[in-house]
Design a protein around this ligand. Structure first.
Ligand SMILES: C[S@@+](CC[C@H](N)C(=O)[O-])C[C@H]1O[C@@H](n2cnc3c(N)ncnc32)[C@H](O)[C@@H]1O
Length: 382
């Protein structure tokens, strides 16, 4: 029975790609509000979303919605939820709060009042004097908008960008979900060469390899839903088996370069952990030395921004040199993510497409320069 109100959270600029991913999972009716795609689903849908979505941040279940203009109304609304259906007696509950255009706006009061209401209800329904909270953690979100309170339970746990392969932090790494979105928005497909000239910890080439091989991004991690009382491990196992059966064995031409040897070592480590090391060629190289005889390649990169790495003057020269490099690559396309406000001027060309994203709260733009399309492959007759 499809009786769960599932919300898939995604980032600004990425909604359309996440929606496309949901369509592929057979979820066609999922209107977006405030960066959340909503639909009715069941445990299987929760498992499918957590395991397979590449660009979503997390999956929530909406468990109540009520009007709350006073603290009493908020307490009563949260207390009225049948928490015993969701939480075991020892579960540790962490409450977060948000408020937009509402009479109740003190977030710490909303959090502590919400938590108190949940604990009091659990005590009453389990007939215990104390909730010792020695069990697993469950995140509850209370959000108020125009005095309407929405209470959600987190089904993902760690954000879905935490695939598990990136255990060491490189310089200014890109969120895995954003890397996947950049690739899915590019013109790349697995028949074309893929190059990241500034690969850092390897995120873009690794995500490209996982997309090319149709490897589910979150098949090797745990989810908060596994602590739900109604969770059934057989459903998750089924989803994981389906994901393993969908992996496509194919040759890929994926390359990651970086001027820093430590970055290359890190990329190799992460690719190995992701199980895609044999599909990517990583090499220490200044981007100015890159050349290729291949046609219709696609570069997807996030070079230094001039925020954490390099000065503004240095990145201006780097972007100018990047243009020279791009011009030398006949028939290639390129997508560049940067927070540098004057990128197009330094690069010397207006992008064919331009999209706003946030990488760790930093406003960035994804500039895409489109080369010609490869000719359609003629069908080989047997
Ligand atoms: C913003 S970081 C890339 C982060 C990467 N996308 C990740 O997820 O880890 C930029 C990278 O550019 C590299 N870099 C700087 N100058 C370079 C150059 N001239 N050629 C190649 N790589 C360079 C830095 O070493 C750094 O790893």
């Amino acid at each position: 029975m499809k009786n769960l109100d599932i919300l898939v959270c995604t980032s600004a600029g990425v909604e359309a790609v996440t929606k496309r991913e949901l369509f592929k999972l057979g979820i066609n009716d999922c209107p977006a509000t405030d960066g959340r795609l909503a639909f009715k689903g069941d445990l299987q849908d929760l498992c499918e979303c957590n395991v397979n979505l590449r660009t979503a941040d997390r999956v929530l279940i909406k468990i109540a919605e009520f009007s709350a203009e006073t603290f009493d109304e908020l307490f009563d609304g949260v207390f009225a939820i049948n928490w015993r259906d969701w939480l075991s007696v020892d579960q540790r509950v962490v409450v977060s709060a948000k408020s937009v255009k509402s009479k109740l706006f003190a977030l710490s009061s909303l959090q502590s009042l919400g938590k108190k209401a949940i604990v009091e209800k659990l005590k009453k329904s389990y007939r215990v004097g104390v909730i010792d909270e020695n069990g697993s953690e469950t995140k509850i979100e209370i959000s108020l908008k125009n005095d309407l309170a929405t209470v959600c339970i987190d089904a993902s746990g760690d954000g879905l960008h935490k695939r598990g392969y990136r255990d060491l932090v490189g310089a200014a790494p890109l969120k895995e979900t954003l890397a996947a979105a950049m690739i899915m928005l590019s013109v790349w497909n697995p028949d074309r060469p893929f190059v990241d000239l500034f690969c850092g910890s390897g995120t873009l080439p690794i995500e490209a390899a996982m997309i090319g091989l149709n490897v589910a991004p979150n098949a090797n991690r745990n989810f908060a839903m596994q602590n739900f009382k109604f969770f059934d491990n057989a459903v998750l196992e089924q989803t994981l088996q389906k994901a393993r059966d969908s992996v496509v064995e194919r040759p890929l031409k994926i390359f990651g370069f970086d001027i820093d040897q430590n970055a290359i070592s890190l990329s190799l480590r992460h690719a190995k952990r992701a199980g895609v090391q044999e599909y990517i060629h990583f090499q220490r190289q200044d981007f100015k030395d890159f050349s290729s005889k291949s046609k219709y390649g696609v570069i997807v990169s996030n070079p230094p921004y001039g925020e954490r790495l390099m000065t503004e003057k240095e990145v201006r020269f780097l972007y100018k040199d990047l243009r020279t490099k791009f011009e030398s690559l006949d028939s290639w396309s390129m997508g560049v993510l940067t927070s540098y406000y004057n990128f197009e001027k330094s690069f010397g060309k207006k992008a064919d497409k331009n999209r706003k994203f946030f990488n760790s709260n930093l406003e960035c733009h994804y500039y895409q320069y489109l080369g010609p399309r490869p000719p359609k492959q003629e069908k080989v007759e047997n």
